[in-house]
Design a binder for this molecule. Sequence first.
Ligand code: NDP
Ligand code: OXD
Length: 309
Amino acid sequence: MSITIFSQGRNTGRWADALRERRPGLEVRTYPETVPADEVEFALAWNHPLGAFKDFPNLKCIASTGAGVDHILRDPELPEGVQITRIVDEDLTQDMGMFVTALVLNHVRCLHGYKDAQREHAWKQHRYLRTADVVIGVMGMGVLGSHTAKQLSNLGFKVHGWSRSTKLLEGIGTYAGPEELEAFLSKSDILICLLPLTKKTSGVLNKELFSKLPKGAHVINVARGEHLVDEDLIEMLDNGHLSGASLDVFREEPLPAEHPFWEHPQINVTPHIASITNPASAVSQILENYDRMRHGEPLINVVSQTKGY
Ligand code: NDP
Ligand code: OXD
């Protein structure tokens, strides 16, 4: 029995070390290391080469090393009957909350503007916003969205969230479904996207949606690049409807050097770093699922392949 890692460029060595350290004797292989194809039953995956899984007739579980599974589900040749799991982890959740909070505070206190002023030796005070005067809307009230919403609410911001199903969260207003989206947007001075990427959410951050936000709103996308229609964002910034955007994720990563986001004065770019799974913390749930698979028990953190998350 073994675990095979299918990953293009993210923490492969750290995952292999964490697995071996936590379970001495476990065979850990890294695709395309040659193994008898019928021995591969459990895969650990991040951005695997598309089509790679179809060659393993006994594959039972594909475990994402991240919270998102869009990188797995986009494979048109996924074997049927394989279960897909994702990471739900305290470190990942805390890190996302911290990162988004930093972006929000950076925006309301105009911190990035002072770096530019310092370069010019300019003593320029910007009017800042107080937490109680800012309404934050979180799209996607799952594990990461609801934690982030609570953290921002604890800092004194007015926070509300939008998801597929209705939520009950103390101190946080919630909206659900397409019919309540407009009401949610109309009050969001800062919009945070923490949706999973699915057929329904692809391209959701577009001109029509932005036009329903209050004038001067700031957009934060820490979910996936494909949620955003890039040229719509630039248009709505350039026509003054939006005041700025903080983007951590992009349609193409790394963001190509010639992409207009790099130079846009109202866009802050970060390199998909909001929250990266810590293998040392998340390895136990991978091993738990590996054991469950071997004993024929139900897996944890399984995603719905119909819903896409
Ligand atoms: P969850 O699955 O826990 O939450 C997803 C949320 O989105 C749920 O509240 C769900 O609603 C809602 N949702 C899904 N589809 C729709 C829809 N069509 N309309 C309205 N709401 C919808 O995911 P996580 O919180 O764990 O992660 C969210 C995403 O964050 C990941 O998929 C990943 O893309 C991204 N991510 C980015 C990272 C980074 O470093 N930038 C790091 C980690 C994750 P409901 O509750 O009703 O089901
Ligand atoms: C994730 C990510 O999905 O890092 O975990 O984006």
